[in-house]
Design a protein around this ligand. Structure first.
Ligand SMILES: [Zn+2]
Length: 389
């Protein structure tokens, strides 16, 4: 007779094998069972059993190989793209966006919806719930979950956003829990920079990396750190708030209430504010983009200031965390090769040489939508079995 511990052990082993296969499929795309056997190092019968179980759970699906194949072609196994659906919901200061996709995580414009962020939390929930329902209704695929990406400080112990400096309607709220109650679908709350980290590791240039950092400089200044393959969390998940380090003690008031925080000087939002001040009227990001393209020399001052402080932020992250790669998410400096090259040049002067020698600095192509999707897919696979490496 089997002892109960043995049964637990074999269930866990089975799930770890299944998790291993999911990782292989995520890395190499649709694969035959033979290819999965080769790549995973598991035996053919184990792979076969694991694939059957994942098919039954709806996490993967099978499809016929395209093109002529010699002999008896094996069917391909891929992440469930047609039979399962997940949503990525991005709540941001000015605009919210929602995207529907399969477990392959492919984010497209056609399946994206955007809405201006409303002024109250109640209205926000109402609009998001309506959009989520309509996205689920538009497909016959099974809804498996929703990733909700939010700006601000997420306290994982209290399971709420304790403080969102640039979007105060989220203070003391948990939109994921509230959406889950309304929709009856698993919803995951994600700090937006953590979402970007997961996205970079699942779909971007950080595949296979265990120690890297993500600096988001779009609106606020967010930092996500992947250390030894795990997201750095701290006691309550609030670690990494470099944006609120004081760099100018009597500087302008920050959304957090302090003065002269790094995020008031090193971000896209900072550049928009500085250019607006120079021309003497409020401008939006598109207008600043146009001005920088038309008359770059006129705005060398604001661009120089933000370049300097962004370099300080990047140097601080590299000095403190010793990542092998640092990704920068943003538009004005990260989105322009010439301006980004100048930032990196300044970083070189401010970082410890030995730390910088081990680190590449690149702009990221990951989007917050992709981050929200990566977050929920990560949760679905993580909840199934822990990673063993
Ligand atoms: Zn601050």
């Amino acid at each position: 007779m089997h002892q109960p511990e043995n049964r637990v052990e074999s269930t866990l082993l089975r799930r770890i094998n299944e998790r291993r296969l999911i990782e292989v499929i995520q890395q190499q795309g649709p694969s035959s069972r033979a290819a999965l056997t080769r790549a995973s190092g598991l035996t053919a019968p184990t792979v076969s059993k694991a694939v059957d179980s994942l098919l039954k759970r709806g996490l993967v699906e099978e499809l016929d190989p395209v093109g002529p194949a010699l002999g008896r072609p094996g069917r391909l196994v891929r992440m469930a793209a047609d039979t399962a659906t997940v949503l990525g919901v991005v709540i941001d200061a000015a605009t919210c966006s929602l995207v529907a996709t399969g477990l392959d995580g492919r984010v497209t414009e056609e399946r994206t919806r955007r809405l201006p962020t409303p002024a109250t939390y109640g209205r926000l929930l109402e609009l998001l719930a309506r959009q989520c329902r309509s996205l689920f209704d538009a497909t016959a695929a099974t809804p498996l979950g929703i990733g909700v990406s939010v700006p601000g400080l997420v306290n994982e112990r209290l399971e709420e956003i304790v403080f969102s400096p640039n979007l105060h309607i989220l203070d003391k709220r948990n939109p994921a829990r509230d959406l889950e109650q309304r929709l009856g679908v698993k919803c995951i709350l994600l700090q937006e920079t953590d979402g970007l980290c997961l996205s970079e590791r699942l779909y971007g240039d950080a595949r296979g990396l265990r120690d890297f950092a993500m600096l988001d400089v779009a609106t606020g200044l967010g930092l996500g750190v992947m250390s030894g393959g795990e997201l750095l969390a701290g006691h309550s998940g609030m670690a990494g708030e470099v944006g609120h380090i004081t760099v100018m003690p009597d500087g302008i008031r920050c959304g957090c209430g302090n003065r002269g925080c790094l995020e008031t000087l090193a971000t896209d939002a900072a550049l928009v504010r500085l250019v607006s001040e120079q021309v003497g009227r409020p401008l939006d990001a598109a207008a600043v983009d146009a001005l920088l393209a038309e008359r770059p020399d006129d705005f060398a001052g604001p661009v120089g200031t933000v370049t300097e402080y962004l370099a300080i932020a990047i140097a601080a992250v590299i000095n403190i965390f010793n990542p092998t790669a640092l990704f920068v998410h943003g538009t004005f400096l990260a989105g322009s090769p010439e301006r980004f090259a100048r930032v990196v040049e300044r970083v070189r002067q401010r970082t410890l040489t030995a730390s910088l020698a081990e680190c590449t600095i690149t702009p990221t192509r990951s989007s917050k939508r992709q981050g929200a999707v990566a977050g929920v897919i990560h949760h679905l696979t993580q909840a199934w079995a822990p990673a063993i490496r």
